[in-house]
Ligand binder design. Sequence first.
Ligand code: HEC
Length: 243
Amino acid sequence: MSVRLSQLPVELKIAISCFLLAMGYAYLFAQINLQVNTRKADGDATGLATIQDIVVTYHGDRSQTLLGTKINGTMREHLPTEEDKIAIEQWIKNGRTEEEYLEIVQQLMDAYCTNCHPYGDRPEYPLETYEQVYQAAEPDRGPSIGKLAKFTHFHAFGMGVFAFLLSGIFTFTSFSPPFRYFGVVLPFLSIFLDITSWWLTKLVSPVFAYAVYLAGLMTGVSFAVAILGSLYDLWIRTSTAES
Ligand code: HEC
């Protein structure tokens, strides 16, 4: 290729630099989002985002249920005694049978919960029948397939376009060809690894959360290489081209 970034007219250099800086911001805020929001996924909001946060985000925490979490959280005050709470937890632990529900759990729901579920201020979340309460005590399996598919679809589109633009700009730098190939391929590799690992973490095993983590690091490195490398060529490298 004969045209190099260092040879471009200044207006175009400015436009490309602004785009690169905007991409830097996009990545920076993706990181801030991860540290501010995803970090809390496993219930431990201290320190940085961990593998366990990724596991909970995609695979879910299967030892937890919505009902179990709520009767230990915001719904705790509606259960007058500790024994009532333990009785419900025991029912969940014992496999949520209908017999035990009718014998123990139903009267607790009727006494303390159904006046708000569904009739009170939470009409969309009924806890009146065995099926409804059973449903509320399903193990947390993370996002549904539909939700993750939607997230993947948007993410793959967006990341694909960003990666293409960044690698496209990077191809016009004057770095040695092996380094340029590396800079061009890495963003796409990290996207493929990232998305594939979300699904493997959700569907196959939490072990793949490590691959999600690795893909995140790779994305950071690839963005840094493409953005800083291109900025270097635009403004610092003195044009050595023949033209
Ligand atoms: C005074 C009304 C009221 C009572 C009584 C009440 N709840 Fe709730 N419940 C709410 C409201 C409001 C929310 C939504 C806010 C929240 O999740 O904390 C909620 C949320 C929930 C959720 C989560 C629903 C969701 O969609 O995220 C569960 C599960 C739940 N309650 C269980 C119970 C149980 C079990 C009891 C009885 C021990 C109970 N609630 C008693 C008002 C009530």
